[in-house]
Design a protein. Sequence first.
Length: 208
Amino acid sequence: MESKTYTAFERLSGILDTLRRECPWDRVQTFESLRHLTIEEVHELSEAVVSGDTTQLKKELGDLAMHVMFYCKLAEEAGLFTTADMYNAICDKLVARHPFIYHKEDYHGESWEQLKMREKDRRGVLDGVPDSLPSLIKAQRMQDKVAGMEGEEWRVESGKWKEEMTEEEFGDYLFSLIDWARRHGINADDALCGANHRFKEKIESKQE
């Protein structure tokens, strides 16, 4: 008997096939036209996570799952790769990055980042950090990556607080604050998100 998950997956796949044939909007979509919509969906998913609204979370996860399948449909139509290729690629990556579970004989105590550096398409430790990430999140992701490497050359330099600072000095100070938060188990983006929410509530309560 087919599982409910598989049945739902096949249902979504069939609906997208129909929409690509019969819906004027869906029929003309491309990788490029979907990109900004996908970014919007990711932000909406983030909002659902922060709000703790599980009903909204389910909806936003569905929207994002639809986008993933839509990209796969476009790729299949263009002869680039199949949906199965995409799922097998992520399965292969997960197995390769967990040798301490799947290939114990190949594991020699490497960190997560060192395991990733084994990959042939990795040119450096910061590969995989998108340039388009928001600056605060990008700073934390870069710090997370270098923290997984050994040696003095990976150490994050600390900026210093001064009463008067240039833009560059202030940037270095912010970078060091994010590093301090990371080392103390605080996600800087989550912390700032909470501060923004509290500030918004405070202002709105005064305007009522």
